[in-house]
Design a protein around this ligand. Sequence first.
Ligand SMILES: [Zn+2]
Ligand SMILES: [Zn+2]
Length: 200
Amino acid sequence: MPSETKPANPFRVLVRDLPASRRIAVTPAFVAEAVKGLPLRDALGGDDGEAATLEDGGTAELELYGDGENVHASGRVTGKVTVACSRCVGPVALELDEPLHVTFLPAHAMPSELDEDSAGEGVELAENDLDVYPYDGETVDLEPLIREQYVLAVPFAPLCREDCLGLCPQCGADKNHAPCACEKPVDPRFAALEGLKLPS
Ligand SMILES: [Zn+2]
Ligand SMILES: [Zn+2]
């Protein structure tokens, strides 16, 4: 592509430019910003996104077209995000490859709640079938949509591997590297956790 004047904001698409195709480079800084508010990262003290690596990031490719006041966007978000293992705090690289089909509605047309009149039509617009985002009627901002894909890619309790042994709760040693000499903890909270199967 020839280099021209730098576009203002790659995430923004003017409705008057539709239909449009966008190929947006997602930077490591964007990914770090997107995932830094996640509870897990807060719990681990990752408050400035330092866990993001240079490989984090990716590409969002979207086709957008107008349909009356609505704007449909479909395409794919691919990339990678690195987070901390929920047991040992080691890095977990998550691959992201998600198809996207969403509709942007003018803010005034956002369904706050389905009213009785639209209930008949509303059936096929069940919440899990329709991803709806608001826009101001002139400019579609793709940033919240793309940020959300990276947030959703992070499981509640990421694991570096299924059988990660985690850190010893007493001495803090990474038990993946070497067993430590501590006795098994007697704290009932840890005893209860032993039986828990964490979702992967
Ligand atoms: Zn781990
Ligand atoms: Zn120990």
